[in-house]
Design a protein around this ligand. Structure first.
Ligand code: GLA
Length: 793
């Protein structure tokens, strides 16, 4: 997979090639990254050609014509005349910032990085995919021209996913300290500048909305300074060529296996070359490296596709499923849960929980998750974080007793924690006020009335492991929602003395240590990561916890934006999505129960609604939803996901099984249009010559949707919001239209189905697609046996 001929490394994955050249003077020139090319003995065609040099530039000491400022480099160094933004900033033993690393040696081996276990960072595991080869690693060592400081550029090539990971290790063998203030995991130069940059931005309840910027000369930063990967700018970014679509065209994705402050920079130089970097955010970062110390950066992830954004997403999804998520959970079906948060908030009792659990069981759900408020004196968000002891008064006994009662009803039991936090009103704070993160002599800045525990300290980490561990051992708990509800501020630890620039990174190392110890001790527990929704949706978290709460926003319309944005870089099995009440608690928008389900089904399904208060008709609809989801669970959680269409008014998604025999499509419409044009549903990924049957999932709709118009079809007048409407609504819902077609894969992919006419004010019958605003359908596509009389192709 990796060859080295005439000073050129050529690494190949299933569909891509990556080439690096060692210059005579030891600089590493980046030659190519893209579609796979064949191995050759000579690659001169790819070399940068410099005939007579450039004016007003700095020359390499070894070659008066060579200016590093216009060379595609693998990593670049300060004070070498490359004035693009550098990936490394380091104070050397002479207190100066000049360094110049050149090729020293290299090793190539099968599998992932041999020092993964020493890095204190989560990393991609090198499991071979069934029957296919796995991964290979290239470790190129560079040495400073003056000091015995070594820089390793480490590349791992994941054959089947078409993913390359990169990271850097730096080793100080000088007697004196060096101090690093910036060290990127990946730097890659691109020969041209003609790209769009896609970032996934937002805030609380509006995470990961896609934003596209056309690159022009200058520098673009995508980063987080909140202490975690953040809901502001996700570490996943994409670069695409102008004509790139979901299905066709070239694009690249970059991500970082890191949950702390991250930093991605994309630069377009005056020479028209591109540079992309990712790594730990240099913001407030300073790391001292003593004699014989080493520093490992987090692992960065890179992928290229010529098959558009969906091709890139497929690479990322496959990589995450095979190399990031623990094999214990990667393909394990996830339970359909009911979470009590939006049903009760802090106001619950054992009786209420058991009532919810009984109803949940009747509807087909599989687990009850008890959210915030079960411990200490917590009846609002001002107290008790850190006191992980059940409030037995509220629970009517021990946690064990409650969990067993829930189990007896036929449901699994799950529990919420927020282990990294401390409330000032808590026994833990009274005992250890110094365990809270705060700057000396300054007033602490609270977030959601709470402070952060100082996870740079071993005794704090040990406390969390033992306190959470004790609870998990005390009761049959099969799922944990691990929350983290505030950002870091006042970053400071008494334990770090003068090395406060190490705080943020050491904090994340601490988080990882705690997560590693707890998840390893309880491998049977399904952990879901959460951070006020999707404030920490990243590859670092996914190494420990296979799924993440996408967003506190459960409004189906908002979720189409959030889940869509998330899907570019992350698979459906990682996205927890719940059906909640209307008017929605985040937007006050009312969307039909069926559409809330249809959108949530594209992920790991749950319900977060007071099911004890639903009407008979709604309960019937929910049990049908659950039956449908269970029948297609593997497809929804582990199928290949594609975005088929995203325009101002539509969001059309598809999942398909690996054998291409089964698929489900979501058709989502934001606004109903009067006298609208026909909708054509074109899908992808089918076998062209296989026969398929397409059917609409049976949905129910409330007669409320018709308002007073319902009177036209009724012998008695039905006024909108009137008593008759409300009585009918409790017990009866109309069935949606049913469309059914048989067609070959080529027709469904190339021509598409002309779907039935939407309601347009001219009447209603059982063929009418009554959609309106914020509405949707699911279409089931199944390969069927050829009928005997069907015509040959
Ligand atoms: C966060 C989570 C919610 C819920 C609350 C409980 O906001 O994102 O889902 O668990 O905390 O306090």
């Amino acid at each position: 997979m990796i060859t080295f001929d005439n000073q050129v490394f050529h690494a190949r994955t299933a569909n891509t090639s990556y080439l690096i050249r060692i210059h005579d003077a030891g600089y590493l020139e980046h030659l190519y990254y893209g579609d796979k090319i064949r191995r050759a003995s000579c690659y001169d065609a790819l070399f940068e050609k410099i005939a007579a040099g450039y004016g007003n530039t700095i020359a390499a000491p070894t070659d008066s014509k060579l200016t590093l400022d216009n060379l595609c480099m693998e990593y670049s160094f300060a004070a070498t005349g490359d004035y693009r933004h550098a990936p490394l900033c380091m104070k050397m033993p002479d207190f100066g910032y000049s360094n110049d690393f050149r090729y020293h040696s290299h090793t190539i081996y099968e599998g992932t990085y041999s020092e993964n276990g020493q890095t204190k960072m989560p990393f991609a595991k090198g499991r071979a995919q069934t029957g296919k080869s796995g991964s290979a690693t290239l470790d190129i060592t560079l040495k400073d021209t003056v000091y015995p400081v070594y820089l390793h550029l480490i590349y791992t090539f994941f054959e089947q996913s078409d993913v390359i990971t990169r990271r850097v290790k730096i080793e100080n063998q000088c007697e004196k300290d060096i101090c690093i203030s910036k060290i990127m995991s990946l730097m890659m130069d691109l020969p041209d500048k003609d790209y769009n940059l896609h970032t996934f931005d937002g805030l609380w309840v509006k995470e990961r909305h896609e934003n596209k910027k056309v690159l022009v000369s200058g520098l673009y930063i995508n980063d987080s300074t909140t202490g975690s990967s953040s809901n502001r700018h996700n570490p996943f970014i994409m670069l695409s060529k102008e004509n790139c679509t979901e299905e066709h065209g070239e694009c690249m994705g970059v991500n970082l296996i890191y949950s702390g402050n991250h930093y991605e920079a994309v630069e377009v130089s005056g020479y028209g070359k591109g540079r992309v970097m990712t790594g730990i955010n240099p913001f407030q970062f300073a790391w001292t490296l003593g004699n014989n110390d080493a520093f490992y950066t987090p692992e960065a992830v890179l992928s290229y596709s010529r098959e558009g954004f969906n091709g890139l997403s497929h690479n990322m999804h496959s990589f995450i499923s095979h190399h990031i998520i623990s094999p214990d959970w990667a393909q394990r079906p996830r339970p359909i849960l009911i979470n009590n948060w939006e049903a009760t908030y802090f106001d619950f009792s054992d009786a209420k929980l058991l009532k919810i659990a009984r109803e949940a069981k009747n509807l087909g759900m599989e687990m009850l998750v008890l959210d915030d408020g079960w411990f200490g004196n917590r009846s609002d968000d001002t107290t008790s974080l850190g006191d992980w002891k059940a409030n037995e008064k509220k629970l009517g006994g021990t946690l064990k007793k409650l969990a067993e009662k829930i189990n007896k009803l036929g449901l699994q039991f799950g529990l919420w924690f927020e282990p990294e936090m401390i409330s000032e009103k808590s026994d833990l704070f009274r005992k250890h006020p110094d365990w809270a993160v705060r700057a000396p002599d300054r007033e602490a800045y609270p977030g959601r009335n709470q402070l952060v525990l100082d996870l740079t300290r071993q005794e704090v980490r040990d406390y969390i492991v033992s306190a959470v561990g004790e609870v998990l051992e005390s009761a049959p708990i099969e799922y944990v929602k691990w929350d983290m509800n505030r950002h870091l501020s006042d970053a400071y630890s008494a334990s770090l003395g003068q090395r406060q620039g190490e705080f943020c990174h050491r904090f994340i190392e601490g988080v990882y240590e705690v997560m590693n110890r707890i998840t390893t001790a309880f491998p049977q527990v399904l952990f879901e990561s959460c951070s006020s929704g999707g404030n920490r949706f990243d590859l670092g978290m996914l190494c420990y916890m296979p799924q993440i709460w996408v967003s506190d926003n459960t409004d189906a319309n908002e979720r189409t934006h959030i889940q869509r944005g998330t899907s570019f870089g992350y698979p459906l099995s990682a996205m927890a999505a719940h059906v909640s009440a209307v008017p929605n608690h985040q937007t006050l928008r009312s969307i039909s129960l069926e559409t809330r389900f249809n959108v949530a089904s594209f992920g790991v399904l749950g319900y977060e609604i007071d099911i004890t208060k639903l009407t008979r008709a709604e309960k019937k609809a929910i049990s049908e939803q659950i039956r449908f989801y269970k029948a297609h669970r593997a497809l929804f959680q582990f199928g290949t996901f594609s975005r088929l269409k995203s325009d101002d008014n539509h969001c059309i998604w598809q999942v398909i099984s690996e054998d291409q025999k089964e698929s489900i499509v979501l058709f989502y419409q934001r606004t109903g249009m009067p006298n609208a044009q026909s909708d054509v549903l074109k899908v992808s990924g089918l076998m062209a010559d296989a026969l398929y049957e397409v059917t609409t999932r049976r949905q129910f709709m409330s007669i409320r949707q018709f308002g007073s118009l319902a009177s036209q079809a009724s012998p008695v007048p039905i006024t909108d919001e009137g008593i008759i409407q409300s009585v009918i609504n409790k017990v009866y819902m109309l069935e949606s239209e049913k469309e059914q077609y048989r067609a070959y894969g080529d027709l469904l992919m190339q021509a598409g189905i002309k779907l039935g006419q939407q309601f347009g004010g001219t009447g209603y019958n059982d063929q009418t697609r009554v959609m309106g605003d914020f509405s949707s359908r699911l279409y089931e596509i199944r390969a069927v046996e050829e009928a005997e009389d069907s015509a040959p192709v």
